[in-house]
Design a protein around this ligand. Structure first.
Ligand code: ADP
Ligand code: MG
Length: 236
């Protein structure tokens, strides 16, 4: 289970309104297969709405979202999403939670175990989610996403509720898995240094529009001492 190849994503003239409220206005983004893009911006600027639209969870008002040149629909969507809360089902074991999206396909346990290994929790497979720490729950949520071998990973502030050390460990884990598997990744984060540390590119949204779109690919977590890191932090 490897050799994942991310999808290409093309967003054209995307608009989304809720009643009178214009939340996304003329969003245009081209995202290459395997690219890691961070999306930053003030609370309420439309980041989650953008991700939900890409995930097909929100009907758009105008514009197009294409995945490998095809309009996204429920049948072709190869995305998995992760949220600030792990959203685990308390009545299922850790392993069953990871396997939940795999239905009853043959070999789901093997696949779920593989995904748990990816996040370093293979020895917790038979436990209940309730006994895990917040960081471990997010690891399980990440494993649940990975188990489906997604071609597109949509991360909506997944580390926002974690303490600093756990957040850093999770950043390293996400970075490592992305280096290995190269799923196309969109990470929404409040944390500009997290965006710079993980992404190839940082998109700044203001009032539903793309305000900046910056290449940052030199910086990785181990590279926070890079002088360009501080420059980029300044710029965003
Ligand atoms: P962000 O994730 O950047 O904080 P959101 O995308 O969640 O922002 O929200 C952008 C704006 O859209 C906010 O003003 C929010 O209140 C509004 N909004 C989001 N979802 C809905 C909805 N289902 N109905 C009405 N307004 C919504
Ligand atoms: Mg949000």
């Amino acid at each position: 289970m490897s050799g994942n190849q991310g999808v290409e994503l093309s967003i054209q003239q995307l608009e989304k309104t809720f009643g009178q409220l214009e939340v996304l206005r003329n969003i245009n983004l081209q995202i290459a297969p395997g690219e890691f893009v961070a999306i930053v911006g003030k609370s309420g600027c439309g980041k989650s709405t953008l991700l939900r639209s890409i995930a097909g969870l929100e009907a758009v008002t105008a514009g197009e979202i294409r995945q490998d040149h095809q309009l996204i629909s429920n049948s072709n969507l190869q995305a998995r999403m992760m949220f600030q809360e792990a959203r685990l089902l308390p009545w299922l074991s850790v392993l069953e939670n990871v396997g939940v999206g795999l239905s009853l396909t043959k070999g789901w346990k093997e696949r779920a175990n593989w995904a748990l290994q990816q996040v370093g929790l293979e020895d917790r497979a038979d436990e209940w989610p309730a006994v895990l720490s917040g960081g471990q729950k997010q690891r399980v949520a990440l494993a649940r996403a990975l188990a489906a071998e997604p071609k597109l990973l949509l991360l909506d502030e997944p580390l926002g509720a974690l303490d600093a050390l756990t957040r850093y460990e999770m950043q390293e884990l996400i970075d490592m898995l992305w280096q290995q598997q190269k799923f196309t990744t969109l990470l929404v984060t409040h944390d500009v240094s997290e965006a710079i540390a993980l992404a190839d590119r940082v998109v700044l949204i203001e009032e539903g529009m793309v305000k900046k779109d910056l290449a940052v690919s030199l910086a990785r977590p181990r590279n926070r001492t890079n002088p360009r890191f501080a420059e980029l932090e300044e710029e965003l």
